[in-house]
Design a protein around this ligand. Structure first.
Ligand code: KIV
Length: 323
């Protein structure tokens, strides 16, 4: 098979020349073929709004740590969500309910150290915004003040209007989240698609319009019928970001661990797996284990030596001590 030349491979994912300065550009390629990506302009909530106006799809993915945030930023992803999916794909909980503010802030700080350009959104965990508008604003503020986030996301519609109002009036951008809202799985009866009958669809539309009126800069639509999500997106001036909500949302988001094949416990139907890193990890770990067991690793090039005379001096010192 003919190998694609390196440059054209890179061209297909990273545009060399762009009129949109929010797209990363390659400034040089080193001898190992690695592209050095020039910094791009900071993505803001306004950038997302402008992308919607221009009809340009918005890309969003989740990250929970420094290396992943760095890689997403270098790939030119518009927005990085530090999702409370953290609880499932990183911390091993059955759902997102046990995730705390301290868990979120810890991981948000790592992501903020890794990503300079993408819009950074911290997901408010269960019980951090439901009890009072004051507490909601206080906790939202911690995401920006302590953890380097640019915005927060929270789940729910009209039942969260006071919380959204309090946070927005504190000057903090809020992303809404409607449809399948995983923090309410017990109320919803599990991870189930939402908005599938006329009444539920009407409620979803009303909630989306309300969140826009309350000042949300964007709304995630999760696991709702594609035609409903498309229709809601057309009614709104703010961008919708879909997950399991079809192609007519203004942007798309996936949980990065699903996309990379790193989490196989629960793979929703709407996920496309772009890599099988679990397989790759197994291959690497098994290769390492057998090289250790066979004495092949570490090889001389991985080993630090000391001058012979120093070694001899060390040995004779030991003999003197023993004598
Ligand atoms: O927590 C999360 O990762 C999310 C996305 C799935 C939207 O809320």
């Amino acid at each position: 098979m003919l190998e694609q030349p390196l440059n054209s491979k890179l061209d297909s994912t990273l545009r060399l020349e762009s009129t949109v300065s929010t797209t990363p550009t390659i400034s040089s390629i080193n001898t190992a073929g690695q592209a050095k990506v020039a910094p791009r302009k900071k993505i803001t909530t306004l950038t997302l709004r402008q992308k919607k106006q221009r009809g340009e799809p918005i890309s969003m993915l989740t990250a929970y740590d420094y290396p992943m945030a760095r890689a997403l930023d270098q790939a030119g992803i518009d927005a990085i969500l530090v999702g409370d999916s953290l609880g499932m794909v990183v911390l091993g909980y059955a759902n997102t309910l046990p995730v705390t503010m301290e868990d979120m802030l810890h991981h948000c700080k790592a992501v903020a150290r890794g990503a300079q350009s993408a819009l950074l959104i911290g997901d408010m965990p269960f019980m951090s915004y439901q009890l009072s508008p004051w507490e909601a604003a206080r906790n939202a503020g911690r995401f920006l003040q302590e953890a380097g986030m640019d915005a927060v996301k929270l789940e729910g519609g009209s039942e969260r209007s006071e919380a959204v109002q309090a946070i927005v009036s504190a000057g903090i951008p809020v992303m809404g989240h409607l449809g399948l809202t995983p923090q309410s799985i017990h109320l919803l009866g599990g991870f189930r698609p939402q908005g599938r009958d006329a009444q539920a669809a009407r409620r979803l539309l009303a909630d989306a319009l309300l969140l826009q009126d309350l000042g949300c800069f964007s709304i995630v639509l999760e696991s709702v019928p594609a035609r409903l999500a498309g229709w809601i997106s057309e009614q709104l001036e703010i961008p919708t970001i879909g997950i399991g909500a079809g192609p007519r949302c203004d942007g798309q988001v996936l949980v990065t661990h699903d996309l990379l094949g790193l989490f196989d416990r629960l793979v929703p139907r709407f996920v496309r797996q772009y890599a099988d890193l679990n397989f790759e990890m197994q291959r690497a770990f098994r290769a390492y284990r057998s090289e250790v067991e066979e004495g092949v690793f570490p090889a001389p090039e991985h080993t630090v030596e000391m001058p012979d005379e120093e070694w001899l001096a060390f040995q004779s010192e030991l003999q003197e001590v023993a004598a």
